[in-house]
Design a protein around this ligand. Structure first.
Ligand code: FEO
Length: 177
């Protein structure tokens, strides 16, 4: 049985992962309205990634016999100044999430909860990938600058992204693509 402290912390993280999904959905809506369907597609795939992260925690808590409480999901921002500003916000958000995951790792260690520590290793790896994806696109956007043609080419590239579900929830292993 999972401890109350650990369960409460994971319960909060489910809410934060769902907020992440909501934030990226808001960004997808902004890109759609800006006529950048490829960027919008990239964000929609990101929504699926975040839903997966939330459900992986959800399934794990259920497997450990925990009773979860669904918390209110905060409304995300809905407007940004530029595609670059969106990805700066995305990267800043993922850095915050990484810190949250590290805090969970600390709680699991304090609670001597080895099962949750194992689960969290997957998320630690996943965050490396999440931050890398953002810095990669940020770098490209900085090179694009004010070149509209280059922006449209990047839009085409991001339009190719598809969601591939990672290893089944509850198992550790490789991160999401
Ligand atoms: Fe669920 Fe993007 O971290």
């Amino acid at each position: 049985m999972i401890s109350h402290t650990m369960l409460e912390a994971l319960n909060r993280q489910i809410n934060r992962e769902l907020y992440s999904a909501y934030l990226y959905l808001s960004m997808a809506a902004w890109f759609s309205a800006e006529n950048l369907p490829g960027f919008a597609n990239w964000m929609r795939v990101q929504v699926q990634e975040e839903q997966f992260h939330a459900m992986k925690f959800f399934d794990y808590c259920a497997a450990r016999g925990g009773r979860l409480t669904m918390l209110q999901i905060e409304a995300p921002p809905n407007t940004w100044d530029s595609p670059l500003a969106v990805f700066e916000a995305t990267y800043a958000h993922e850095q915050k999430v990484t810190k949250m995951i590290y805090d969970l790792v600390d709680i699991a260690a304090k609670e001597k909860d080895h099962a949750t520590s194992n689960l969290l290793r997957w998320y630690v790896d996943e965050q490396v990938e999440e931050e890398e994806n953002d810095t990669d696109i940020l770098g490209k956007l900085k090179r694009v600058g004010t070149d509209t043609n280059a922006l449209l080419m990047l839009d085409k590239e991001l339009g190719m992204r598809v969601f591939t579900p990672p290893a089944p929830a509850g198992s550790s292993g490789q991160g999401a693509p």
